[in-house]
Design a protein around this ligand. Structure first.
Ligand SMILES: NC(=O)c1ccc[n+]([C@@H]2O[C@H](COP(=O)([O-])OP(=O)(O)OC[C@H]3O[C@@H](n4cnc5c(N)ncnc54)[C@H](OP(=O)(O)O)[C@@H]3O)[C@@H](O)[C@H]2O)c1
Length: 284
């Protein structure tokens, strides 16, 4: 049985779908009791456990052989991951796939790279087998501005450089394969899409696919940071996100990997297809 932490999130939702499609016996974990019924309706076991609650995490891990772990980007994410890693190791889980971020390693100098690396090192030292899933920026982030694209026909470019966006469904599919296929123990999978796209490229794709004029407006890092803090993100996490975004204008987020193709035997999903599949969201 595989226990999935972060099961209702951007990666977790398609991961549950992918694992169920493989016929895997699984347990989805949520901290929100109101989400249990929807998870159970998909034919998986659902349990409530908060990353802050070691006893509930222990119950969530009981009887599981494998685990998937992702947490939101949060000031407490290292402690949350440590709590889950400890609970899983104590419960006898023998393989955990954990999603962190591209470039996370002990050599990382950026805040997120360091935070993710600390969790990765903890997992490696836990005694469990491990697979590290390291995605770059998710295509799904575009949905955050679906309403303003629909209402104002404007794409807000808060990166200012090309990024090799990855579809969270590819992150999920690679994670599902890592936990159910052979040869993935001890592997680190850096995940990107096939192509790097600038803000202008994304606006052009939106225009072409939605069939109406879409303008790209550059947004200054300070404006983006202020919006994050207004939305409830802590100062520290907003700073870490701003720091990461600062790599884009330098071209450091435009590199691509071939990992999706290598692990899944099919190409990574394309941003154009993601926009087409979600066209209704961008059209109000
Ligand atoms: N977005 C990007 O472009 C990007 C790029 C690279 C790396 N990342 C990394 O990817 C991770 C985020 O992945 P994601 O977007 O899939 O995650 P997410 O959707 O933000 O969160 C995953 C789930 O965590 C659960 N959760 C929240 N607080 C909890 C708590 N206290 N206890 C237990 N569960 C809790 C929530 O489910 P419930 O409410 O149901 O409990 C949520 O659905 C972060 O580590 C981020 O640094 C993101």
């Amino acid at each position: 049985m595989i226990v999935v932490f972060g099961a209702t999130g951007t990666i977790g939702t398609p991961l549950i779908t992918a694992l169920l499609a493989k016929g895997i016996d699984l347990r989805a974990v949520t901290s929100n009791t109101s989400r249990v019924a929807a998870l159970e309706a998909q034919d998986c076991e659902a349990v409530v456990a908060d990353f802050e609650d070691p006893a509930a995490l222990a119950r969530a891990c009981k009887g599981a052989q494998k685990a998937f772990l992702v947490t939101p980007a949060h000031l407490d994410m290292r402690r949350w991951k440590a709590n889950v890693i400890r609970a899983a190791a104590d419960a006898g889980v023998h393989h955990m796939a954990m999603s962190t971020g591209l470039g996370a390693s002990p050599k990382a100098r950026l805040t997120f790279g360091i935070w993710h690396s600390d969790s990765q090192e903890l997992l490696k030292e836990s005694g469990m087998g491990w697979t590290l899933i390291q995605p770059t920026y998710f295509m799904q982030n575009l949905l955050w501005q679906a309403d303003s694209i629909a209402a104002e026909n404007t794409y807000l470019d808060d990166l200012g450089g090309s990024v090799s966006w990855v579809d969270a469904r590819d992150i999920a599919d690679v994670s599902a394969e890592a936990l159910t296929g052979e040869g993935h123990l001890g592997k680190t999978y850096g995940l990107t899409g096939k192509e790097a796209l600038s803000g202008g490229d994304i606006a052009a794709l939106l225009q072409q696919i939605l069939g109406r004029d879409i303008t790209c407006r550059a947004v200054a890092p300070a404006e983006t940071r202020a919006k994050m803090v207004l939305s409830g993100i802590s100062d520290e996490v907003a700073d870490a996100m701003t720091e990461l975004a600062g790599l884009a204008p330098k071209g450091h987020l435009s590199g691509t990997t071939t990992t999706v193709q290598e692990v899944l035997g099919r190409p990574a999903r394309r941003f154009a297809d993601f926009i087409a599949e979600n066209a209704a969201e961008f059209s109000g």
